[in-house]
Design a protein around this ligand. Sequence first.
Ligand SMILES: *[C@@H]1O[C@H](CO)[C@@H](O)[C@H](O)[C@H]1NC(C)=O
Ligand SMILES: *[C@@H]1O[C@H](CO)[C@@H](O)[C@H](O)[C@H]1NC(C)=O
Ligand SMILES: *[C@@H]1O[C@H](CO)[C@@H](O)[C@H](O)[C@H]1NC(C)=O
Ligand SMILES: *[C@@H]1O[C@H](CO)[C@@H](O)[C@H](O)[C@H]1NC(C)=O
Ligand SMILES: *[C@@H]1O[C@H](CO)[C@@H](O)[C@H](O)[C@H]1NC(C)=O
Ligand SMILES: *[C@@H]1O[C@H](CO)[C@@H](O)[C@H](O)[C@H]1NC(C)=O
Ligand SMILES: *[C@@H]1O[C@H](CO)[C@@H](O)[C@H](O)[C@H]1NC(C)=O
Ligand SMILES: *[C@@H]1O[C@H](CO)[C@@H](O)[C@H](O)[C@H]1NC(C)=O
Ligand SMILES: *[C@@H]1O[C@H](CO)[C@@H](O)[C@H](O)[C@H]1NC(C)=O
Length: 323
Amino acid sequence: MTASIQMYCGLKKLLVISLLFINIYSTDGLEWNYNDFGPDMWSETYPACAGKSQSPIIIKTACTTYRTFVPFRFSSDYNLTYNFTLLNNGHTMVSTYNSNGSTPFTLSGGGLNGTFQFLNFHVHWGENSKSGSEHQVNNVKYTGEIHLVHQNSETGQIAVLGIFMNSSQNSSDEIGNTANATIKEWVKFFTTAVELGKVNESTELSLNLATLMGNNLNNFWRYGGSLTTPPCTEDVVWTVFKVPIVVSEDEIDSFRKDIFSENDRSPQPLYNRIVYRNFLNETLSPIPDYNCCSDTSNNAGNKIILSKPIKYYLLYFLLLFFF
Ligand SMILES: *[C@@H]1O[C@H](CO)[C@@H](O)[C@H](O)[C@H]1NC(C)=O
Ligand SMILES: *[C@@H]1O[C@H](CO)[C@@H](O)[C@H](O)[C@H]1NC(C)=O
Ligand SMILES: *[C@@H]1O[C@H](CO)[C@@H](O)[C@H](O)[C@H]1NC(C)=O
Ligand SMILES: *[C@@H]1O[C@H](CO)[C@@H](O)[C@H](O)[C@H]1NC(C)=O
Ligand SMILES: *[C@@H]1O[C@H](CO)[C@@H](O)[C@H](O)[C@H]1NC(C)=O
Ligand SMILES: *[C@@H]1O[C@H](CO)[C@@H](O)[C@H](O)[C@H]1NC(C)=O
Ligand SMILES: *[C@@H]1O[C@H](CO)[C@@H](O)[C@H](O)[C@H]1NC(C)=O
Ligand SMILES: *[C@@H]1O[C@H](CO)[C@@H](O)[C@H](O)[C@H]1NC(C)=O
Ligand SMILES: *[C@@H]1O[C@H](CO)[C@@H](O)[C@H](O)[C@H]1NC(C)=O
């Protein structure tokens, strides 16, 4: 009797979790990965992956446009401890909360259209400490990137909050494990998650989402993009926070060794999208980007800068005309 109830609850839980994944991790039975059917191949099976609004992108800070957004509003439950299911789904380590129908985590404000519900958070990492993030800032990659995936249940639109992870060679204790709640919470996550070495292994872990996100959520970049994994669905609202979370290199390395070596998609062309920033006084890239704007402009501007040869041709024709 008890056994069958447990089994029923187990199956139901699995069903709820599977339903939550359908939007994000539907593979139509065809496997994709980061090697023999890696990112360059995805569009063969998932045409949207070759779209014109794909993610991630390289954020060129000198080319961003300043814009104000109302503050994000996180429901109070983000700052409470809940049991999350951590799952190695073969592509990443994904954490979901079995909400049994109604999620306590709702997000609005921040320029988002409506109310979004938390679906999962997962991590992207790379082969070494100088790679792993999917977004890049002025061509610089971070060691990792956390994605908190949300969805508007009315419109179906997805909004992802991206937080960079920068690794330190110091141990977690040295970088503030004992004093800093965020670092401590990530140590807890990594220590438990690294045990899930086999695909489909999962476990439960109590976590506080607000603590994981840290206290540097004021400055961010905003643009319209896509899921960074198949089916690469577009119309995703991206928020990429400027300040990274610092984690110990040992922890990310345990993922490389015991989970898989990398799961980061390369940056995709920006085409004619605008990247907004919600903070003033952007530190400009040390390398002026003549493709996008002048080195002194603090706003987006597609100023046409004549290259040297064109200038010389113009001069040549002027000289011809006048003499
Ligand atoms: C979360 O709650 C703690 C107190 O329990 C408080 O100190 C902290 O500022 C809260 N954090 C956020 C992001 O609201
Ligand atoms: C959370 O998970 C732990 C470990 O599996 C379990 O002992 C605990 O009862 C769970 N708590 C809740 C509120 O479900
Ligand atoms: C889920 O909700 C159903 C009713 O909607 C309830 O019977 C069940 O006990 C709930 N399960 C959990 C784990 O909260
Ligand atoms: C916001 O969502 C509503 C549907 O709830 C839609 O009608 C409207 O066009 C959306 N606005 C923007 C700016 O996307
Ligand atoms: C990232 O970490 C490296 C090494 O610890 C450090 O040199 C660099 O300044 C950090 N970058 C940021 C943006 O915090
Ligand atoms: C790393 O540890 C050393 C020695 O404990 C300390 O001096 C240094 O400030 C630490 N660096 C960081 C980024 O935590
Ligand atoms: C993992 O679970 C999925 C769905 O339940 C299944 O299709 C897949 O074959 C499993 N993979 C492995 C390696 O067990
Ligand atoms: C704790 O560490 C995080 C991650 O590196 C950092 O963003 C945050 O500012 C630190 N918090 C405090 C109170 O020092
Ligand atoms: C931005 O820079 C200007 C001029 O240097 C300065 O007056 C202003 O206080 C700065 N604003 C912020 C938010 O740092």
